[in-house]
Design a protein around this ligand. Structure first.
Ligand code: URA
Length: 190
């Protein structure tokens, strides 16, 4: 009997996301952006929502934020290709406005299904929207660089690369957060 592999299941989830009409963003997006990376990734990174370039290409973090993210990862010995990169919302909000609670609620089940298939060692939450949606209401200035453990998942909280592009001080903080992340992954054997 043909059994579906984890890759098949992730691919089928991607197709569901591309066809999704659960919120009005499905009417304004060019492409849904499910995320990308290997199904056996040990690290998953979660941003906020696709921007213009992601909407055009259907790929996550391919704009300026993505370049910075790739360089932060490289500095701590992680290759973009070995991690899974996605966002809370899979569709771009018009003019990049903040995600609405109703959109987050409609989209979050897709992320949880992705996380259950991938079952990573660490889920890196990039910025306030990802932190609030998955770990709870915390102040970024107080919780960055810290872990938040739930029954099923281990979250590591830090800033969004878009904030680091605007504020050099935040870039420095993100660099030291990623160094903490590197050590934490090393201790967890991957
Ligand atoms: N910012 C995000 O949060 N996600 C993307 O995919 C791109 C930019």
């Amino acid at each position: 009997m043909y059994e579906m592999t984890l890759e098949d299941l992730l691919e089928s989830l991607n197709r569901e996301i591309h066809a999704c009409t659960k919120c009005p963003l499905s009417r304004t997006r060019l492409n849904a952006v499910p995320g990308e990376g290997p199904v056996n990734a040990r690290v998953v990174l979660v941003g906020e929502a696709p921007g213009a370039k992601e909407d055009e290409t259907g790929r996550p973090f391919v704009g300026k934020s993505g370049e910075l993210l790739a360089s932060l990862l490289k500095d701590v010995g992680l290759d973009r290709d070995e991690v899974f990169i996605t966002s809370i919302l899979k569709s771009r909000p018009p003019r990049n406005r903040a995600p609405r609670a109703s959109e987050i609620n409609a989209c979050l089940p897709y992320l949880y299904r992705q996380l259950n298939l991938i079952d990573p060692t660490m889920i890196v939450l990039l910025g306030g929207v990802a932190i609030k949606s998955l770990a709870g209401n915390m102040k970024l200035s107080e919780c960055h660089g810290e872990l938040h453990e739930t029954n099923n998942h281990t979250f590591f909280m830090t800033y969004h690369p878009a904030a680091a592009m605007r504020f050099p001080r935040i870039l420095d903080v993100m660099k030291s957060d990623f160094e903490l992340l590197r050590r934490e992954l090393e201790m967890r054997g991957g």
